[in-house]
Design a protein around this ligand. Structure first.
Ligand SMILES: Nc1ncnc2c1ncn2[C@@H]1O[C@H](COP(=O)(O)OP(=O)(O)OP(=O)(O)O)[C@@H](O)[C@H]1O
Length: 299
């Protein structure tokens, strides 16, 4: 399913939470919505899911307004975490699957598969309230897609998960993509977005600063990250033309250049009778781009 937002606005009285937002998510894409707290991510999700109305603008699924879409095509992990505390893990997943019209045989197979994938086998017959927060989140996550939706929206799915579980989630998202599910998720953690997303939208106070492919975003900045291992001094590097910033990371210098074109002259200078063990030019990380675009800290 393709999702299109055109000039979407959401106002709460005089406050504009989402301001003229437009983007398209193509079938089978993994799309990241990133922004600081209060940027308008959850509000956008809720409008896409018809849990609240937009003030103006258009939201359509394959050209059809959301109100006419079969809700079972959609899956949603809301920001609010919570499952039925007294229900056992497997019962819980059976409940959510059947609620969405799944046949019991197929549902059981899906549950077995995902319980194993998320390393929850030992917890299958435990009441949800006895699980750790992270494990509860994994159960809620499975519940959001156990009915095999075509389009899945995950609000901050990585928050609160340890590195091992983050990897399990990443792999699950990639597997769902392989199965043809289109996935939209929000995150404060740029490395997750960088590793998973083909496309993304950067939101700042309800306004889109960029939407499109990750590579196109990176190309806007060019290859301006220069990693160097050399005996040239920090001070000399800082004085070179085109150098915006120099950081020391372990035994390397990481330079941010004003423009990719300065790399050549820097190479000429540092290679002039000096020892160079490493000279590597890369795109900026999404984290660095985000901080530059949004200004300040991601959190
Ligand atoms: N019901 C409401 N009434 C008034 N203002 C609201 C309401 N819901 C959200 N807002 C405001 O709209 C803005 C966007 O909120 P939203 O929850 O969409 O942000 P978010 O990007 O999901 O943030 P976070 O990362 O903290 O979850 C915030 O300033 C918030 O205070």
């Amino acid at each position: 399913m393709t999702l299109t937002l055109e000039h979407v606005v959401k106002k709460y009285k005089d406050f504009i939470a989402v301001n003229d937002l437009s983007f398209t998510i193509g079938k089978g894409e993994i799309f990241g919505l990133i922004g600081q707290n209060g940027a308008g991510k959850t509000t956008t999700f809720r409008m896409i899911l018809d849990l609240q109305d937009q003030t103006s603008g258009m939201i359509a699924w394959d050209g059809t307004p959301i109100k006419k879409i079969n809700r079972d095509y959609l899956g949603y992990l809301p920001e609010e975490r919570g499952i039925f505390p007294q229900m056992k893990v497997e019962e819980q997943l059976l409940f959510f699957g059947e609620l969405r019209g799944m046949k019991r045989d197929e549902l059981k197979k899906e549950i077995d598969f995902w319980i194993a994938r998320f390393d929850l086998e030992e917890k299958r017959n435990s009441k949800a309230e006895t699980l750790s927060k992270g494990n509860q989140q994994k159960v809620q996550l499975i519940a959001s897609f156990i009915h095999k939706p075509k389009f899945l929206i995950l609000d901050e799915p990585f928050s609160g998960l340890d590195p091992v579980n983050r990897d399990l989630l990443k792999n699950a998202i990639l597997l769902l993509k392989e199965k043809g599910v289109t996935i939209l998720f929000s995150s404060h953690q740029m490395d997750n977005v960088e590793e998973l997303c083909d496309h993304l939208c950067l939101l700042k106070r309800g306004v889109s600063l960029f939407s499109g492919s990750l590579l196109d975003l990176k190309k806007q900045y060019g290859k301006t990250k220069l990693t160097l291992r050399t005996n040239v001094s920090l001070n000399d590097l800082k004085k070179m033309a085109g150098v915006k910033e120099v950081k020391v990371e372990r035994d390397e210098y990481v330079l941010t250049l004003l423009d990719e074109s300065f790399a050549e002259s820097i190479f000429d200078v540092v290679s002039n009778g000096q020892y160079i063990e490493k000279f590597s030019l890369d795109y900026l990380s999404l984290d660095a781009i985000f901080k530059d675009k949004v200004g300040g800290n991601v959190e």
